[in-house]
Write a protein that binds this ligand. Structure first.
Ligand code: BMA
Length: 319
């Protein structure tokens, strides 16, 4: 992937002061992304100096230069959830059946769970489902339904390797009739111990290419003495059965190299969370040379943009 020359494209300095605790914020990172009627929107995870989480919206005509709307987004139903909630974060945006959904992690007194909310204007989000079946993060909806179900990739927080409660090493395919109750279908991919992606989780939502579904994921190398290293990898999943992996990048396709990726709140992190395929809706088959924009959190501090093409990602998956 190629970094945009203007990176980081969004930093804390771009966040308008709203008064109260949302002034002189600490960071903005891990955005959801969606392109509607030619405008690219980023759903921003903003962190205040109290380490509280706020959602804000940025918009752009070229997908590279963003303006942040000076208001907080509303998440209706968050305070009514059956558990005390501390943070809602890392929202991924998908348009499914004409409705835009955000799937996001909710940190609560009873662990980390996935919620799903619908929005008509990208400013007000109404929670329609909260899945407390198991601790999970990194839920990404597929942009179309099939077999009378909605589908998503998700990442249970438990590790198959060591039973840890804190992070996970398996991406799982799940299905739902109503977006409320999710049924696990099959494991899709495992972390590869000793290599770049020991622990893994879905990045942005999958998008279609002729060969199947392309998915960017994050892979964490945990064996470096300096601490965890967050990188991006690529997966090619079967078009009809996305639990079947047709290809996977042996090497990362983006790794912390720029200073803003090395240094920040959490060092050595690139965390891809948004994708826009220019000229294509995510459920349409993207041309091999389409420009793919990946929006990512850098060092849990700011937002970077990297670009690639389906052909390049497919080449990486065949490696
Ligand atoms: C992950 C998540 C992300 C974060 C990343 C790096 O486990 O918590 O929100 O960006 O760690 O700190």
């Amino acid at each position: 992937m190629r970094r945009h020359p203007a990176n980081p494209i969004l930093t804390r300095e771009d966040i308008p002061d709203l008064g109260g605790s949302v002034r002189d914020v600490s960071s903005v990172f891990n955005p959801g992304a969606i392109c509607l009627d030619g405008i690219t929107y980023l759903l921003l995870r903003v962190q205040t100096r109290g380490r509280e989480t706020a959602w804000m919206l940025a918009e752009s005509e070229d997908g590279e230069h963003f303006t942040v709307r000076p208001k907080l987004l509303e998440i209706e139903g968050l305070s009514d959830l059956p558990v005390p909630v501390h943070h809602a974060y890392d929202a991924r945006l998908t348009r499914l059946g004409g409705v835009v959904y955000a799937v996001f992690a909710v940190d609560s007194d009873r662990g980390c769970h996935l919620a799903i909310a619908r929005t008509a204007d990208l400013e007000r989000y109404e929670i329609v489902g909260f899945d407390t079946s198991e601790e999970k993060r990194n839920g990404v909806l597929f942009p179309c339904r099939w077999d009378d179900a909605a589908w998503r990739l998700e990442r249970p927080n438990h590790s198959a390797a060591d039973g840890s409660d804190f992070s996970g090493d398996t991406i799982v395919l799940a299905r739902s009739q109503d977006l409320v109750t999710w049924e696990r279908v099959a494991p899709v991919a495992q972390g590869r111990w000793h290599y770049f992606d020991e622990r893994i989780g879905p990045g942005p939502p999958p998008f279609r290419v002729a060969e199947g579904w392309l998915c960017i994921y994050h892979g964490i190398a945990t064996h470096a003495a300096g601490g965890d290293l967050y990188q991006a990898g690529a997966l090619l999943l079967d078009a009809d059965d996305p639990s079947v992996v047709l290809g996977r990048s042996r090497e990362n396709v983006l790794e912390p190299r720029a200073m803003y990726e090395h240094v920040g709140q959490v060092p050595n992190v690139v965390f891809p969370s948004g994708v826009v395929v220019e000229g294509h809706a995510p459920h349409e088959i993207a041309a091999p040379d389409a420009r793919v924009r990946i929006y990512y959190g850098a060092a849990d501090t700011c937002i970077g943009l990297a670009t690639t093409t389906p052909a390049e990602l497919l080449a990486a998956c065949r490696d």
